[in-house]
Design a protein around this ligand. Structure first.
Ligand code: ATP
Ligand code: I3P
Length: 431
């Protein structure tokens, strides 16, 4: 039996005016208590049945990547429906935060980055809980949020899933995981499909994708579009149109290279048309979630199969985007963190340099304690910028930017991957 305990929340910065959420300690057997978790051999292990997540819960519909309760860092869902991605250890986490900050910078006037915004989840700044202010999260739009029964697939794109600064050990580790990456240019990391006939989700993890070879990739990928009754050609075609737009963006830009980055595919699995859907791009807290009263007067909001219990008072610190340019960040990266976690730089030197990089990120002035106004305006602009939605209900967004680097050439590896993925999707469509 779960108990819900409310406590007062300390708040820093402007409050999310439309959301009055409070800190909650949800105690239920089997749930996760981050503050009491311990790390053994790089894996987080629960040491008891406590939960202490400020109302945030592990993202239940996560199909790949680092997971709470399994890895040291993971992805949470905030009660307002956004996704919180915990910053990975330097240099990866700070690099991803810097990337989002730059793409979504208030004064960004670079047309390449402005166009890129529409292919990414919206970014609502860095976030941290008052309980653990040093633990930073990226606050992101949940790309699956508008769907009732989201079918989700994560596909890593590119011919190399390690960056140019990766150590030999890291390269070998990555190549060993999927030796076909160079030839295929993409790898299915995970998927979850809603089966209409059984009203349940079928899931496949990264091992499924790693088992796919040239001869089986079409059937392997098409599994994502079978709903138990037939092939969802509308979703295939919607996905193709979205990927084509991303490809055009890549063909027109020569300033960024993406390694080990993914495309997140989402389509509606629910056969019911016209059912209640949430606005896809509402700023956090501004779209009322479906609500049900529970006896203790907290509000339970349910969507995407996640249940969130919320109460009065904002539950967390929101930090605005940082204004530093990527080049400053990369200069530090080159000096300090070029070897990554598996490099051959002595540990003490690497740690000192990573500290320097970390301080650079965390100690810089926060320009916007709360990005709400900015976000609201962005939401309005967003509709105009995205233009008519030719891809139907299917969504394809780029995620995972821990290895994005400046460049002066086209990202051939990523483009190769997109083209091959498109070719396989076309084959599925013409079945
Ligand atoms: N904005 C988002 N909206 C919805 N789901 C998301 C979002 N971002 C991430 N996810 C979910 O979390 C998963 C992992 O995301 P991501 O790749 O960013 O994490 P990661 O831990 O960096 O992964 P990796 O271990 O591959 O580096 C995705 O497969 C997806 O299921
Ligand atoms: O899919 P798996 O088997 O969990 O393997 C992870 C996956 O390849 C991630 O993309 C990678 O992070 P990066 O892309 O950031 O390198 C991570 O590296 P890590 O072990 O160094 O965290 C791997 O462990």
């Amino acid at each position: 039996m779960s108990t819900v305990k409310m406590s007062t929340q300390h708040e820093i910065g402007l409050m999310d005016s439309s959301l009055a959420l409070g800190k909650l300690e949800i105690n239920s057997p089997g749930s996760l208590d981050i503050s009491h978790s311990v790390t053994k051999k790089g894996k987080t292990v629960q040491d008891g049945p406590q939960t202490h997540l400020n109302g945030c819960v592990p993202l239940s519909h996560q199909v790949a990547g680092h997971k709470y309760g399994v890895d040291k860092v993971g992805i949470l869902q905030h009660p307002d429906g956004t996704v919180l991605k915990q910053l990975q250890p330097p240099p990866r986490g700070p690099r991803e935060m810097q990337f989002y900050s730059q793409v979504y910078a208030e004064d960004c006037s670079d047309p390449v980055l402005l166009e890129l915004q529409q292919y990414l989840p919206k970014y609502f700044g860095a976030w941290s809980s008052p309980d653990t202010p040093a633990e930073l999260y990226l606050k992101l739009e949940d790309v699956t949020r508008k769907f009732q029964k989201p079918c989700i697939m994560d596909v890593k794109i590119g011919q190399r899933s390690y960056d140019p600064f990766a150590s030999q050990e890291k390269r070998e580790q990555q190549i060993k995981k999927y030796p076909l990456m160079e030839e295929m240019g993409f790898l299915v990391l995970g998927m979850r499909i809603y089966k209409v006939n059984s009203d349940s989700y079928e899931t496949h993890d990264q091992h499924y994708g790693r088992g796919l070879v040239k001869e089986t990739i079409k059937d392997g990928l098409s599994k994502f579009f079978y709903n138990g009754n037939g092939l969802r050609k509308d979703a295939v075609s919607g996905g193709i149109q979205k990927v084509e737009k991303i490809l055009r963006w890549f063909e027109g830009q020569r300033q960024l290279h993406f390694y080990a980055s993914s495309l997140l595919f989402v389509y509606e699995g629910s056969p019911q048309e016209g059912g209640p859907k949430m606005a896809a791009s509402s700023p956090p807290g501004e779209t009322p979630l479906p609500k049900a009263r529970v006896p203790n007067d907290s509000v339970v909001a349910e969507f995407n199969n996640n249940i969130h219990v919320t109460g009065p008072g904002e539950n967390g610190l929101r930090l605005g985007p940082l204004g530093q340019s990527l080049s400053g960040m990369y200069a530090l990266h080159r000096r300090g963190c070029g070897q990554g976690r598996h490099g051959d730089t002595p540990d003490d030197v690497r740690n000192a340099r990573q500290d320097q990089l970390w301080k650079f990120i965390t100690q810089n002035p926060l320009e916007q304690p709360n990005g709400n106004a900015v976000q609201a305006r962005r939401e309005e602009e967003d509709g105009e910028r995205r233009g008519p939605d030719l891809g139907g209900d299917a969504e394809v967004r780029m995620i995972d930017f821990a290895h994005v680097f400046p460049s002066q050439t086209q990202d051939e590896g990523y483009i190769y991957g997109l083209k091959n993925l498109l070719s396989v999707l076309q084959q599925i469509l013409s079945e």
